[in-house]
Design a protein around this ligand. Structure first.
Ligand code: MF3
Ligand code: CO
Ligand code: CO
Length: 248
């Protein structure tokens, strides 16, 4: 099955995941007021040049026009980098990037708080980060996808935020998106079973207001319909006998 990998393949994804994590870590000091979302893409592309065997996974994926996604404030995911889109203090900036290496994929995302953000925005980001880690804790052989979904939904909704429903996490490995889908809402002990060697891109997307979305005229950018702030975190996680192995 294309979504069940052997340990050598997991090691390869981990190698690419280290580079992805390094980029996200470095972006903490690069994402500052005045830079454009295009500058974020340029930094990623420049970093990848140091790793000739690695390439940006999103470029050309279903005709997506850029190497990564940068989504600001009410934008949830799939923001297309632009030199005209400038980051300012108080923004929430979600960066989502994927790397292809040795025919395998890693996919990870992080939401940055630029300068001073409102305490509500800070709580949103913290809630999304915790929701991801709660879901990762549920990763075990014999568990169910619904365990992850419920973990995200419970930790987000008890804090009064909403879970975006139009987009899901996904299996990943020899392709970017594969079985199983991982909704960010659902019930424990339902859905597909987690199998050793499965690799999951777990990615809560949450909002302060309603979960309804719109797609911008660019055909890609998903934003909250009510323009409320949104956050997105993602890790690529392998299911192993010893539990979750975070590869990104
Ligand atoms: N990174 C997205 C995900 O987490 C997919 C982006 S594909 C693109 O699944 F084409 F929109 F870039
Ligand atoms: Co992603
Ligand atoms: Co993903």
């Amino acid at each position: 099955m294309e979504n069940i990998l052997v340990y050598d393949e997991l090691d390869a994804i981990r190698e690419a995941g280290k580079v992805a994590a390094e980029v996200l870590r470095e972006l903490k000091r690069i994402i500052k007021p005045g830079i454009s979302t295009k500058d974020v893409e340029i930094f990623f592309e420049d970093t990848l040049k140091r790793y000739p065997d690695m390439e940006a996974a999103f470029k050309g994926y279903q005709d997506y026009p850029a190497s990564l996604c940068v989504s600001v404030n009410e934008e949830i995911i799939h923001g297309i980098p632009s030199e005209r889109k400038l980051i300012t203090g108080g923004d929430l900036v979600s960066v989502d990037l994927g790397i292809k290496y040795k025919g395998l994929f890693v996919d990870t995302a992080f939401t940055y708080m630029v300068g001073e953000v409102s305490s509500l925005a800070e709580r949103l980001v913290e809630t999304c980060r915790i929701a991801l880690s709660e879901a990762i804790k549920k990763v075990q052989v014999g568990g169910k996808i619904g365990d992850l979904s419920a973990a995200v939904q419970n930790s987000v909704e008890t804090k009064g935020f909403s879970v975006i429903r139009n987009f899901v996490g996904h299996g990943i490995g020899r392709v970017l998106h594969t079985f199983p889908e991982i909704p960010n809402f659902g019930k424990e002990n339902t859905g597909p079973e987690l199998v050793e060697g499965m690799v999951l891109a777990i990615e809560p997307m949450i909002a302060i207001g309603n979960y309804e979305i719109d797609i911008l005229d660019d055909g890609w950018t998903a934003k909250t319909k009510d323009n409320s702030l949104s956050a997105h975190f993602e890790h690529t996680v392998a299911v192993t006998k010893k539990g979750p192995w975070i590869l990104s």
